[in-house]
Design a protein around this ligand. Structure first.
Ligand SMILES: [Zn+2]
Length: 416
């Protein structure tokens, strides 16, 4: 194929992205992304044929990669009240993708309905132990006949004297995690921990990961709109409106360009980074949330009371792509996000205990900054600075001696 210099510019730029992306801090992604084919528009018999074809494959790895239509046909059978068929397809699909906790629960409900309550309870117990969200935990406990209270009560009173920390939910959060954090923070810091609620409106997010990802390509595409290869692909574009200000149009043309130069590795990286961007969604400026907490705190705040905001959405601050948390000892406030600790974002099976430990380490770290405890120098201490999730995981929950002394001094249990 004859390639013009202009097309070399455009396609080389796309090829170079893969190289540049290698040098950008890699983000963890969920493996085996589901087929992007629009399966919901298919009729049940068509869908069943697709699912059966997937299940007839001889390679287990391939079945796992293409498993989505099997789950979809199972869900459709539930919709049509064909429980036996639904159960059959769920059970086969879960043989290949057992960490799909949502589907484990639907399967458990079907098993319970069919009279196999022992297996239903076994599945529900696994979900109860490992799920990271309130909704899954509640559904699982219902199958097990247990009563769980996930809702957080109204603002609780501060203790009349002494140091105390308030956990302030910022936006939608998982009650089980905050309740667990309260208990563990109380035990580790040895001060009362209360829940306080903000009556202020949550500020709007100021960034969006999908937009940021598209912005990596947009200037390069804009420079190449006269390139013949670009124009050819641009004409074929299905996304509407066909403008480079449309993120999906940007993604479609990059995908086409990568396919045309058979840059398989680049395309794989592109799709996985795009999937992560979609999962991360909107991003809030941590400073806006600190301001929200400052308002919760009020003007006549007491130095002995700290406020830690907890969010389930992504945060950034200054020039950082993201932050796990930020705090200010001047106003006794801090904010942290646990989104990046969840299996919804990282490429790992859900694990309740792991999420609990990760969030607790961040909360201890933030609590230190809120009460003016100096930065920690021990790499394994919960309060050590972590540059990545791996470094965060390498830390352990007990505080080092230095930090224990730091908190004791901050809380007036030791003299300075
Ligand atoms: Zn420490």
């Amino acid at each position: 194929m004859k390639v013009s210099f202009a097309s070399v510019n455009f396609l080389t730029a796309i090829m170079l992205w893969g190289f540049v992306a290698c040098n950008v801090k890699a983000q963890q992604t969920k493996g085996g992304e589901a087929s992007t084919e629009n399966i919901t528009s298919k009729s049940l018999s068509d869908l069943k044929a697709v699912a059966d074809e997937v299940l007839s494959l001889s390679d287990n790895i391939e079945i796992r990669q293409k498993i989505e239509p099997v789950f979809e046909v199972a869900r459709q059978f539930v919709e049509c009240s064909q429980d036996d068929q639904a159960l059959k397809y769920f059970q086969i699909a879960l043989q290949h993708a057992p960490w799909r906790l949502n589907e484990q629960l639907v399967c458990a409900k079907l098993l319970q309905k069919s009279g196999n309550s022992e297996l239903a309870k076994q599945k529900a117990q696994t979900v109860l132990n490992e799920a990271e969200t309130d909704s899954l935990i509640l559904d699982a406990s219902e199958i097990l006949g247990e009563k769980r209270e996930m809702r957080l009560s109204d603002s609780e009173p501060w203790p009349s004297t002494g140091f105390a920390l308030a956990l302030v939910p910022v936006g939608e959060v998982d009650g089980w995690l905050l309740q667990s954090l309260r208990q563990d923070l109380q035990a580790t810091l040895d001060i009362p921990v209360v829940f306080r609620f903000s009556t202020q409106k949550l500020p709007e997010p100021t960034r969006d990961h999908v937009q940021l990802f598209a912005n990596q390509f947009r200037p390069m595409l804009e420079r190449n709109t006269n390139d013949p290869s670009f124009q050819l692909m641009w004409q074929k574009l299905k996304t509407r409106p066909r403008t480079l200000s449309n993120n999906e149009a940007v993604f479609e043309i990059v995908r086409e360009a990568m396919l045309s130069i058979t840059n398989k590795e680049g395309l794989k990286r592109f799709e996985s980074e795009l999937a992560v961007s979609r999962k991360l969604g909107s991003q809030w400026n941590a400073d806006d949330l600190l301001e929200l907490l400052r308002q919760v705190r009020g003007v006549s705040a007491q130095k002995q009371r700290g406020y830690l905001g907890i969010a389930r959405f992504d945060l950034y601050a200054n020039n950082n792509r993201y932050v796990f948390g930020t705090a200010s000892a001047v106003i006794n406030c801090g904010v942290m996000s646990y989104l990046r600790y969840t299996s919804a974002v990282v490429d790992l099976p859900p694990k309740q205990e792991r999420l609990k430990q990760r969030a607790l380490k961040q909360a201890l770290s933030s609590a230190g900054f809120i009460f003016g405890v100096p930065r920690c120098t021990q790499p394994t201490c919960a309060r050590a600075y972590a540059n990545s999730l791996d470094e965060h995981d390498a830390k352990s929950v007990p505080l080092c001696k230095e930090c224990k002394v730091g908190f004791d001094k901050a809380f007036g249990r030791l003299s300075n």
